[in-house]
Design a protein around this ligand. Structure first.
Ligand SMILES: Cc1cc2nc3c(=O)[nH]c(=O)nc-3n(C[C@H](O)[C@H](O)[C@H](O)COP(=O)(O)OP(=O)(O)OC[C@H]3O[C@@H](n4cnc5c(N)ncnc54)[C@H](O)[C@@H]3O)c2cc1C
Length: 431
């Protein structure tokens, strides 16, 4: 047994970690050691990838590319392959992943099991929309091939299925042609939610990527930086060199706290305002700004942190977002990184996929005594607005909220593999 944590570092419970290295023997490994759950790179914030005191099947050793068709852009790879490796190998060859989350340190299996979204949801949907076939190992020893045209019911349960339908062994992905690594990016400062909505509406047709940083200390009297980007074609920007820094140790207390929040947010906003305007930028710093500081999650100290990510339907979004931001500002809690973004009208790829047409708000919170009351209030607002929370980021949602906001739960449960169990599945589904 050894301690394993997820990105929120809320604890490091002991796990019996079993390394999966050979794709042909995964089903046998599951049969011999059930119940357990797959673990990619542990970039989920809560307990979706944890199974305290039980088995974890670590997929990092399933890291082989199996085939690539340079005419069609079809890539077949093992599920432990990391998105950064695909991007760095394929972009110079004229192909890229159509959807990437805000970090590249995510495995293909983890990206499918949470059906991750990027800054281009309105244009490209979620990761699962670009998966054409999967091989899924089940704990009864079977390995099943599924996709949109083959066992579509099992496929829809596996995309966003939180690892609970089996372990994805390999996937076929449809890549997208790309001229090069450069994006035409623009930053626009804004004040107030109506301004944010106007910028989103104006940008969705012409800009592939949109996202906003907001100052969460300003409440609904909001100030923020709206960032948008689109492929730059054959234009080239200033040479980009990877400069990774690392937070070397965990400070004894969270560096994100009531004292640091306001000045940091004010500084970030004023520095950001100076960068407004159009520039040609490399895709890595634009799409994954946090990846330049490794282990930044240590900044929250030994008690770790929560992320609260919600989506509310567009019709209720103005009022619900205003109420959430006011509740957060009143609590004095919050983070340097608060993100507001719209999702487009795309049919969900998986039964439990998180994105819905509307507005998503994501904020980190250091672990503190004020949080339960704040989260209860935010839950009430989200539920009343017809919204939901993102399991990939969750470590505390009450089961009643999950059930009330997950209409496909019964259909999903029918496809669960009884040999798969996680901290999250026991918390939210009872087993
Ligand atoms: C800085 C940062 C930014 C992020 N930005 C975004 C974002 O913009 N959009 C977004 O959608 N998400 C975002 N995320 C969340 C992240 O993309 C997801 O949590 C992703 O699923 C993590 O992948 P992983 O490989 O680390 O999987 P893990 O976190 O290890 O596991 C995630 C889930 O996938 C399951 N799983 C893993 N591998 C397999 C497999 N082979 N077969 C079956 N199930 C499997 C696990 O059981 C678990 O339920 C972000 C996370 C971080 C840390």
């Amino acid at each position: 047994m050894r301690p394993v944590s997820s990105w929120g570092r809320l604890g490091a419970p002991p796990h019996d970690v079993i390394e999966l290295n050979d794709r042909d023997t995964v089903a046998a490994a599951l049969t011999a050691n059930r119940p357990g759950i797959a673990y990619g790179l542990g970039r989920s914030y809560g307990d979706a990838c944890l199974n305290p005191d039980g088995v974890l099947w670590r997929t990092a050793g399933l890291d082989r590319l199996i085939s690539f068709d340079a005419d069609s852009g079809r890539l077949v790879c093992e599920a432990g392959v990391v998105l950064r490796d695909i991007q760095r190998l394929m972009i110079p060859r004229g192909w890229c992943l159509p959807v990437v989350p805000g970090t590249q340190f995510v495995t293909v299996g983890g990206a499918i099991a949470n059906d991750v979204h990027g800054k281009n949801h309105h244009a490209a949907g979620t990761f699962g929309e670009h998966v054409s076939r999967l091989r899924l190992a089940r704990s009864d020893g079977e390995t099943i091939v599924c996709g949109p045209g083959e066992r579509p019911d099992l496929f829809a349960a596996t995309v966003a299925g939180l690892g609970l339908t089996g372990v994805i062994v390999e996937a076929e992905l449809q890549l997208r042609p790309i001229a090069g690594p450069w994006l035409e990016g623009e930053t626009v400062s804004f004040g107030g939610l109506p301004d944010f909505f106007a910028l989103s509406d104006e940008s969705e047709a012409g800009w592939e990527h949109t996202v906003s940083w907001i100052d969460c200390t300003s409440g609904s009297d909001l100030r923020g930086l709206f960032m948008r980007a689109r492929p730059a074609g054959d234009r080239v920007g200033k040479p980009w060199r990877e400069r990774s820094r690392r937070v070397p140790l965990t400070p004894p207390v969270s560096l994100v706290n009531r004292l640091s929040l306001k000045p940091f947010n004010a500084l970030y906003f004023s520095l950001g305002k100076r960068r407004t305007g159009v520039q040609v930028v490399h895709y890595e710093p634009f799409l994954y700004p946090l990846d330049s500081v490794l282990d930044w999650n240590r900044l929250y100290g030994p008690l770790g942190f929560f992320q609260y990510q919600s989506v509310v339907p567009r019709a209720a979004a103005l009022e619900a977002t205003r109420d959430m931001l006011d509740a957060i500002a009143r609590s004095g809690e919050g983070s340097f990184l608060a993100v507001l973004k719209t999702f487009g009208a795309r049919p969900p790829a998986g039964l439990l996929s998180f994105p819905r047409e509307g507005v998503t708000l994501a904020l980190d919170f250091r672990s503190s005594r004020a949080l339960p009351a704040l989260f209860t209030r935010l839950d009430e607002i989200v539920r009343a607005a017809g919204g939901r929370l993102y399991p990939a980021k969750d470590a505390r949602m009450p089961r009643a909220l999950f059930e009330a906001t997950t209409p496909n739960l019964a259909a999903f449960t029918a496809h669960r593999d009884p040999g798969m169990s996680s901290g999250m599945s026991r918390r939210l589904m009872g087993s």
